[in-house]
Write a new protein. Structure first.
Length: 172
């Protein structure tokens, strides 16, 4: 018998450095802010239609936006497949990058995934995105293989990374 899907928290409130952070589920009213972040952060941003689909509540998704001092300035989207989580999309406004916020959010997400009983978190990242690869590596993600020509805008390779979660596993 398969264990039921774990219940993940719907957000948090925290203070990080001088910022007040609040994470909450991604909803349609966040679309303009998330679309703007997509365009600032990615060379091939997700379409409005795709973002609109992710903004709908779904049992296989854990999608949060993060307000920094009241303004949406980060987000992460995850899909859940049995006892694994896949980080689909993670963005921090460029003006806040390199200041520890991405690491703080990633640490929180990984801790919640472990608490929820997930075995691992996987992701793909552009091979040229050294800062992101460095962040993920510093949090325990390992490169498992290269997916050639994955990105359709320029046929760039994707580095597939996996982080095995300590003490995770439902029913353990």
């Amino acid at each position: 018998m398969r264990n039921p899907m774990p219940r993940l928290v719907e957000g948090f409130r925290a203070r990080f450095r001088t910022w007040e952070l609040e994470a909450e589920p991604f909803r349609p009213e966040h679309l303009p802010a998330v679309q703007a972040l997509e365009e600032l952060c990615f060379s091939a941003p997700w379409s409005e239609q795709l973002l609109r689909e992710e903004a709908q509540p779904r049992s296989h998704a854990w999608n949060l936006v993060v307000r920094v001092d009241g303004v949406v300035r980060a987000f992460f989207f995850n899909w859940i497949v049995l006892d694994e989580m896949h980080l689909l999309n993670f963005a921090v406004e460029p003006a806040l990058q390199g200041r520890g916020l991405g690491g703080f959010l990633l640490d929180w997400m990984l801790a919640e995934a472990a608490r929820g009983g997930f075995r691992q978190v996987s992701l793909e990242v552009r091979a040229s995105n050294a800062p992101a690869i460095g962040l993920y590596s510093s949090r325990g993600f390992k490169r498992v293989f290269l997916r050639k020509g994955y990105y359709t805008d320029n046929h760039e390779d994707a580095v597939i990374m996996v982080c095995r979660l300590e003490g995770a596993g439902r029913g353990a």
